[in-house]
Design a protein around this ligand. Structure first.
Ligand code: TYD
Length: 205
């Protein structure tokens, strides 16, 4: 595969979508073709699954069922959108991916990070990102930015603290495939750091 797969991860309110938009614009200005997408979702079936997993209507959804739904949406997303774009040689920028499941379902819900990772690897036929950008934020700050919360955002603060710790641990294990940035920094400074790293990686690729 000749494309380049970039994932943004981080807690609620970390500013992922702003940075995804800025990176997309910067790469397109350089003549690259970018596919920008998100999880859960990104396909018609995936968007239906998104509605189910995020809706307060399904309060108390069984954690294993929840984990399987995220993995199902991911499998469909990779098969229909992400892998074809990479095969066309494009840059794919995805809001959340497998590490969201590892952090939220594996660690915070207590289902076990290894098992959840394996489930997603099976669902995606082993597709891993080339680079994962973690926008790190204290959940006490991030959640404060929302007034209306979806089912998962409404989880207690401790749940979101575990998610944050999980991302930092994942990044520490594999620094070559991760870039961790402080989400409280200036928006343009964060964008510049991301572009510098991505440009360097693309030149090497
Ligand atoms: P979304 O509104 O997209 O949140 P954000 O803007 O913070 O990305 O909602 C996605 C929610 O789903 C978010 O709370 C994280 C959660 N999630 C999981 O728990 N597991 C997963 O595998 C994914 C992709 C998301």
């Amino acid at each position: 595969m000749s494309g380049y797969f970039i994932v943004f991860e981080g807690g609620e309110g970390a500013g992922k979508s702003t940075q995804e938009a800025l990176l997309t614009e910067a790469l397109e200005e350089r003549g690259l073709t970018v596919t920008r997408t998100r999880e859960p979702g990104g396909t018609p079936a995936g968007e239906e699954i998104r509605r189910v997993v995020l809706s307060p209507e399904f309060e108390g959804l069984d954690p294993r069922a929840e984990a399987l739904l995220f993995a199902a949406a991911r499998g469909e997303h990779v098969a229909r959108v992400i892998r074809p774009a990479l095969e066309r040689g494009e840059v794919v920028i995805c809001d959340r991916y497998l590490d969201s499941s590892v952090a939220y379902q594996g660690y915070a819900r207590g289902l076990g990070p290894r098992r959840i990772r394996d489930l997603s690897l099976w669902a995606t036929n082993e597709l891993l990102p080339d680079l994962t950008i973690v926008l790190d934020i204290d959940p006490a700050d991030g959640l404060g930015r929302f007034t209306e919360r979806d089912r998962l955002e409404a989880e207690p603060l401790d749940y979101h603290r575990q998610v944050r710790a999980a991302y930092l641990a994942l990044a520490e294990e594999d620094p070559e495939r991760y870039l961790v940035l402080d989400a409280r920094d200036d928006i343009q400074a964060i964008a510049a750091a991301i572009l510098a790293r991505v440009s360097g990686d693309l030149e090497q690729a």
